[in-house]
Design a protein around this ligand. Structure first.
Ligand code: AMP
Ligand code: ZN
Length: 139
């Protein structure tokens, strides 16, 4: 399934060029056009799923396996010092392309913009934390 309006579906179909570093029958991995760091890449499932809520469970599992393989490979090739795997869902969470993707972001001790993933902390009382814990408990 593809979405005719989706830029990642167009990249997957080869209608828009990309710097592809890996491809198999289910995934394409491309370099991000606006990289947060050298080697920043995106894992794209070839099927169109908007986000984590929609993606098939099996495909999600395979995407994470691929992330592990690429983290090892990219770290070896790039000589980076660490690695972020990031996945945004919906606009409020920073998603701008609504085709599920995982960011692979190599991190370098020597980089100038090493605060790219810093967030402010919120504070909750012990009672609030207990309420949140109880509301979220699941099997
Ligand atoms: P997100 O904000 O998580 O939805 O990430 C979307 C990412 O896609 C951003 O980091 C963009 O830089 C990247 N992006 C958008 N268009 C393209 C493109 N044509 N080729 C490669 N990366 C792209
Ligand atoms: Zn798509």
């Amino acid at each position: 399934m593809r979405d005719p309006e989706c830029i990642f579906c167009k990249i997957i179909a080869g209608e828009i060029p990309s710097n592809t570093i890996y491809e198999d029958e289910a995934f394409k991995v491309i370099l991000d056009l606006a990289p947060a760091a050298k080697g920043h890449a995106l894992i794209l499932p070839k099927e169109h799923y908007a986000d984590i809520y929609e993606i098939d469970e099996e495909v999600a599992g395979r995407a994470m396996k691929l992330a592990k393989k690429l983290a090892i490979h990219m770290t070896k090739v790039l000589g980076c010092d660490g690695f972020n795997i990031l996945q945004n869902n919906r606009e409020v969470a920073g998603q701008t392309v609504f085709h599920f993707h995982m960011h692979l972001i190599p991190r370098y001790k020597a980089a100038k913009n090493n605060d790219i993933l810093v967030w402010n902390h919120e504070t909750f009382s012990a009672e609030e934390m207990a309420e949140i814990r109880d509301a979220l408990k699941c099997d």
